[in-house]
Design a protein around this ligand. Structure first.
Ligand code: SF4
Ligand code: SF4
Length: 399
């Protein structure tokens, strides 16, 4: 009996020492940005949405009072930039009050919304609250395509109206879209529309599984060839060839994250809090590190072994990556490995989708540049007299 107790005490002591060492190692790592999912419900029915029935419950569970406390805790932790996302955030009746609470605490605030609930009155209020940016999702410049996908007639018109109303009031806006099989040829139409309404734009050429691992949305995914030909080959969309020589992106020696030093900012520079209070390394992790309803945020941030595992991850520790043939064009995503494999160290299909396309394109450029060196073709990259125009938007997912 007594020896069992001693053993337990020793174990507890060891665990405490480990915890203290861990806390010390990450004591200086504090987030500056947080994504808050404040509403699970959405009135649009986009088929590819990463939310699932489980992550789309009918009610949100955090009240305005809960958020007052959470905002204070985020500020104490060092967060200065907040993004409110959903579901559709304006299905919360107290959304404007919540934004006002955040602005009172001097957070910079961005909103992700469908925009369909933003009328003149709301646009006036958002301008008065000085939100730093409102990003809306629009799948096409064509109303019938967008409304067909959201399954809500008139949603395109209302979203575009929101972009115009906000811009007229000086609020910075952005239009963003996943590029999928049915809208990849609408890129130019979307950019023209964005420029007409004074919005920034960004595209994500990958489609993700749902948060519960359901892979149905992948039926809309572009093939690596389509990503290469229709997206990555456009210098106005894809900037990796400004940062890397084509040879570096296909020589198989090191991944993008090895060249740039860190996997990403998950659980380091940013965190996310789901509408049920779950704390996540970033907005796409499926597994919670704790819940702000049960423990102070700082205790979760500094005490979670799960967040430490994300912080500690390096490319070399990923289980399948070191021998991967397209690793030199890949920036693996731990969150999607988590969703797809239930672990953060496997290969995710969205990482692979982009990596294969970038790898193919880099290899083609290397081949063409070699032909140019032999006097058989014009150079595509490395011509010092040609500077492609700087992109006015961005790809969300770049290696
Ligand atoms: S494609 Fe998959 S296995 Fe290859 S480097 Fe990227 S994440 Fe790793
Ligand atoms: S790369 Fe993946 S894990 Fe990292 S922040 Fe982005 S979505 Fe999250």
């Amino acid at each position: 009996m007594s020896s069992a107790l001693i053993g337990f005490d020793q174990l507890a002591g060891t665990a405490k020492k480990k915890q203290a060492a861990r806390a010390q190692k990450w004591a200086q790592v504090r987030p500056h940005a947080a994504l808050l999912y404040v509403e699970n419900r959405c009135h649009l029915k986009c088929d590819h949405c990463y939310e699932s029935e489980q992550s789309h419950p009918k009610e949100h569970s955090l009240s305005l009072d809960d958020y007052r406390r959470i905002l204070d805790e985020l500020a104490a932790l060092g967060v200065i930039q907040l993004t409110f996302s959903g579901g559709e955030i304006f299905l919360r009746r107290d959304m404007l009050e919540l934004i006002a609470e955040a602005r009172q605490r001097r957070f910079s605030v961005e909103l992700f919304t469908t925009g369909t609930h933003i009328d003149e009155k709301k646009a006036d209020r958002l301008a008065a609250l000085q939100v730093s940016k409102v990003e809306v999702t629009l799948y096409s410049h064509l109303a019938e395509t967008h409304d067909g996908f959201t399954r809500i007639p008139g949603s395109h018109a209302r979203t575009v109206r929101a972009l115009r109303l906000l811009r007229e009031r000086g609020v910075r806006t952005a239009l963003k879209a996943n590029l999928m099989t049915f809208n990849v040829d609408h890129i130019d139409g979307l950019i023209t529309l964005a420029e007409e309404v004074g919005a920034d734009w960004s595209f994500d050429p990958t489609v993700k599984p749902k948060m519960d691992g359901n892979r149905d949305p992948l039926k809309y995914a572009l093939s690596p060839r389509e990503i290469r030909q229709k997206v990555l080959s456009r210098p106005d969309l894809y900037s990796a060839f400004r940062r890397f020589q084509p040879g570096e992106l296909c020589d198989g020696t090191a991944s993008i994250v090895q060249k740039e030093g860190v996997m990403c900012g998950a659980a380091r520079s940013h965190l996310a809090i789901a509408a049920d209070g779950s704390v996540l390394g970033c907005g796409f992790f499926a597994t919670a590190a704790g819940n702000v309803k049960d423990a102070p945020l700082a205790d979760i941030w500094f005490g979670s072994a799960q967040l430490d595992a994300v912080r500690d991850m390096t490319f070399d520790k990923m289980s399948t990556c070191s021998s991967c043939e397209v690793k030199s064009s890949c920036g693996p995503c731990m969150a999607y490995s988590d969703i797809e494999d239930g672990d953060i160290d496997g290969c995710s299909s969205s990482s692979r989708q982009l990596a294969e396309a970038a790898h193919e394109l880099a290899a083609l450029k290397v081949k063409k540049n070699a032909a140019m060196d032999r006097g058989k073709a014009l150079t595509l990259v490395g011509d010092t007299t040609f500077e492609p125009p700087a992109p006015k938007g961005r790809l969300d997912t770049e290696p």
